[in-house]
Design a protein around this ligand. Structure first.
Ligand code: HEC
Length: 109
C-alpha cells in the first residue's frame, strides 16, 4: 500500500513538472522544435529512447536543443537554466513519459 501511494505521488509530481518544464516543447507528447523526436512510442523506439535508461539519459543530459535537467548536467550550455531534478526525479519523469507514451498521450487518467 505504501509503495502504491508513493508511486502515485511520484507520478503526480512528474505530471506537474512535465506541465511546467516540458510541455512548452512537448505539448501533448509532441515536439514543437523537432518533428521525428516526439514522445510517442514510435519515435522513442526509433531513437532508442523507449527504455527507462534511454529516457533517463536524455532527460538528465539533454541533446541538441533539448536541455538536460539532471542535477549534475554538464556542460552548462546544454542544461536548463531553471531548477534541476534529483536522480530520483529524473527516474520518475522517465516512468511518467513511458506511461503516457504507452497510453498514446491521451487525456490523463
Ligand atoms: C526547449 C525545448 C525543450 C524542452 C523544454 C524539453 N525538450 Fe525534450 N526535446 C527537445 C528537442 C529539440 C528534442 C530532440 C533532441 C534531439 O534528438 O536532438 C527533445 C527530445 C526529447 C526526448 C527524446 C524523444 C525522441 O523521440 O527521441 C525526450 C524523452 C524528451 N525530450 C523529454 C523531455 C522532458 C521529460 C522534458 C522536461 C523535463 C523536456 N523534454 C523538455 C526539446 C525540449
Amino acid at each position: 500500500m505504501i509503495q502504491i501511494a508513493q508511486r502515485q505521488a511520484a507520478w503526480a509530481s512528474a505530471a506537474d513538472s512535465f506541465a511546467v518544464k516540458c510541455a512548452g516543447c512537448h505539448v501533448g507528447g509532441g515536439n514543437v522544435q523537432q518533428p521525428g523526436a516526439t514522445l510517442f512510442t514510435e519515435d522513442l523506439q526509433r531513437n532508442g529512447r523507449a527504455t527507462p535508461e534511454g529516457l533517463y539519459e536524455i532527460i538528465y543530459k539533454g541533446k541538441g536543443k533539448m536541455p538536460g535537467f539532471g542535477k549534475d548536467c554538464a556542460p552548462r550550455g546544454q542544461c536548463t537554466f531553471g531548477p534541476r531534478f534529483s536522480d530520483e526525479e529524473v527516474q520518475d519523469m522517465a516512468s511518467y513519459v513511458l506511461d503516457r507514451a504507452a497510453a498514446g498521450w491521451k487525456s490523463e487518467p
